[in-house]
Design a protein around this ligand. Structure first.
Ligand SMILES: Cc1cc2nc3c(=O)[nH]c(=O)nc-3n(C[C@H](O)[C@H](O)[C@H](O)COP(=O)(O)OP(=O)(O)OC[C@H]3O[C@@H](n4cnc5c(N)ncnc54)[C@H](O)[C@@H]3O)c2cc1C
Length: 445
């Protein structure tokens, strides 16, 4: 029977290991730390639940849905997002304004000026860019939708997803679906209409996207997967040597020499250099150290409900760079999922730092809370002191698919060709969302 070793225990590793196990393939997951789940970490303290990393999982395809259904008992602890989650806010002039959800609300919204709305009507007539030209996400949106839509729609969205700067991110690699929409259909509006027409066809597969979490937060997912993997998962592992042999990979971990047919490395790109890999492979991997992961701090704060003026009737507020605030955004988890705070309180999750303001992410809990509180007061009318504070600092949070990323992806392909049986997997390769990590784990088998 073929044997596979997987290094790391984030969602990429665990989803892959579970898929292999379901297909009867022997695999061993090696996690150097005491914690499983990688970026997915939920912190429960009595009635409070704080997500330190991702806050929700968007089930965006039948594949992800099938994966979740394959996990025995998981269905019973899924908590679907409340309908309020569809409502999202963007800060403009210091006020959270609802993002339109349809053509009529788009016409009426005060979020964008009349001129900006008129400019959008030009979008279907703007030709697609020559595919030999690589464009930043910012340039793409300004070219197709105009500067105001860039500043008050896409800039905050990208801050929220990547904690990145749209000027630096490559449209093609950071937002491949958007890129494909222009290349295939000639534009965003044309592409969206074509997709709607396809979805309406009676023979089209029906799938409804949804946002979910779990009773005890997102960490329930890695926890369940770890239980299923049982003896195949090892934490607190010391890997002292990884060698390429004629037929596979010899790994010395916790003093044991083990032979594997294939090796899947799922650590972040910047951690590859810490692995005791063969010198020639390590030299090749050095190039991937160029991938930026900006720091982010996630601050979870609970307040008495009557000390927050805003109704918090939505998913959260994203903050455009031009509003010059110290927050990237703030989520309203207790409006979206149950059991995040006591009945008479609300939980807010604040994101700070990213490529936009890395210095703010480094602050300690006290300094960060002191910076954030006046912002919450101004934006949401928070008047009281927090009843609960939980802070997680990610020194290197999310990989940035910057301009020129294609060369790094090609390099990854070449490395795998030179080292048969090796696979580089993770959010720096196949997309950063949890769904993309799960889909990639299912597709590459
Ligand atoms: C603050 C934050 C908020 C986010 N919000 C969302 C969200 O709401 N929705 C969403 O879909 N996505 C979100 N994401 C993105 C998503 O969480 C990640 O892209 C995804 O979890 C990455 O999974 P992974 O397994 O590829 O990597 P990771 O989760 O980073 O796992 C890497 C693994 O490698 C291990 N490792 C690290 N160093 C070494 C080493 N030297 N040797 C061996 N092993 C090592 C780690 O311990 C870990 O087990 C968020 C990410 C962050 C940081």
């Amino acid at each position: 029977m073929k044997r596979t070793a997987i290094i790391g225990s984030g969602i990429t590793a665990l989803a892959r290991a579970w898929e292999l196990k379901r297909r009867g393939i022997d695999c061993t997951v090696l996690e150097p730390s005491a914690h499983i789940g990688g970026a997915i970490q939920s912190y429960r303290a009595g009635p409070y639940l704080a997500e330190e990393g991702p806050n929700s999982l968007q089930v965006n395809s039948a594949k992800v849905d099938a994966f979740l259904r394959s996990i025995p008992g998981l269905d019973a602890c899924i908590t679907p997002a409340a309908p309020e989650a569809k409502k999202r806010f963007i800060l403009r002039g210091g006020r959270p304004l609802a993002v339109p959800t349809g053509p009529l609300s788009a016409l009426a919204t005060p979020l964008w000026s009349f001129g900006a709305k008129l400019r959008v009507l030009k979008e279907p007539f703007i030709p697609a860019i020559d595919p030999s030209v690589e464009e930043s996400a910012a340039d793409f949106v300004r070219r197709r939708l105009g500067d105001e839509l860039y500043r008050y729609a896409i800039n905050p969205l990208i801050g929220g997803i990547y904690a990145g700067t749209p000027e630096a991110l490559s449209l093609r690699y950071a937002f491949p679906k958007l890129y494909a929409l222009e290349q295939t259909h000639g534009g965003m509006i044309r592409g969206a209409l074509a997709k709607m027409r396809t979805a309406r066809r009676s023979d089209a597969p029906k799938f409804e996207k949804r946002i979910i979490s779990f009773n005890d937060g997102l960490a329930e997912l890695p926890k369940r997967l770890a239980q299923l993997l049982d003896d195949n998962l090892h934490t607190d592992v010391t890997i002292s040597r990884i060698q390429k042999t004629g037929g596979g990979w010899q790994i010395c971990w916790n003093g044991r020499e083990q032979l594997y047919d294939s090796l899947i490395v799922t650590t972040p790109a910047h951690a590859l250099k810490k692995l005791p890999l063969p010198k020639d492979l390590q030299n090749d991997l050095n190039t991937l150290d160029a991938i930026d992961y900006p720091p982010v701090s996630v601050l979870s704060l609970a307040f008495k409900r009557n000390e927050v003026a805003h109704p918090l009737d939505g998913f959260g507020v994203l903050v455009p760079e031009c509003e010059q605030r110290t927050l990237l955004g703030v989520l309203f988890p207790s409006s979206v999922f149950p059991d995040r705070a006591p009945e008479d309180e609300v939980m807010l999750t604040v994101f700070v730092g990213g490529e936009r303001q890395p210095e703010y992410a480094q602050a300690d809990t006290g300094a960060l809370t002191a910076t954030v509180l006046p912002e919450l007061q101004a934006i949401l009318g928070v008047s009281g002191k927090p009843t609960f504070v939980h802070h997680r600092h990610w020194p290197r949070a999310i990989p940035q698919y910057k301009l020129g990323y294609g060369e790094l992806l090609e390099k990854m392909d070449r490395i795998e060709e030179h080292f048969p049986g090796l696979e580089l997997a993770g959010n720096y390769r196949t997309g950063i969302s949890l769904s993309y990590c799960i889909e990639a784990a299912m597709e590459t088998i």
